[in-house]
Design a protein around this ligand. Structure first.
Ligand SMILES: [Zn+2]
Length: 113
């Protein structure tokens, strides 16, 4: 399962970051997932509960935030929300745009003790 390997990576990164601060426990983790990242949030939530077992993250509060995808039109510079990779600019109708947000999959904040 794709999401489980992502969850394991997140746990890995969080554990390493916490170790750098000599923490013994991770209390809270915020994860940002873009709507174009290819990650299914519900599946990632389920995978996280598996991945944190017997780690420093066990019992911590895990929040997964969805980041809406945005694109910027290369013709008129208009910025708009998109649902998939093929989107037309609502202002000028151009198909030429660049995705400026929505591909992210990152650990945003980490609270440790
Ligand atoms: Zn445009």
């Amino acid at each position: 399962m794709h999401e489980l390997s992502i969850a394991i990576d997140i746990v890995d990164i969080a554990t390493r970051e916490a170790a750098k601060e000599n923490a013994t426990k991770i209390n809270k983790v915020d994860i940002e997932v873009g709507t174009l990242s290819g990650v299914v949030i519900e599946a990632l939530e389920t995978a996280m509960t598996e991945a944190i077992r017997d780690t420093m993250l066990e019992g911590s509060h895990i929040s997964i935030h969805e980041i809406p995808a945005m694109a910027r039109c290369k013709v008129c510079r208009h910025e708009f929300k998109i649902d998939d990779w093929l989107a037309l600019c609502p202002e000028c109708g151009s198909p030429e745009n660049e995705v400026i947000q929505g591909r992210e999959l990152r650990l945003k904040t980490l609270e440790v003790t």
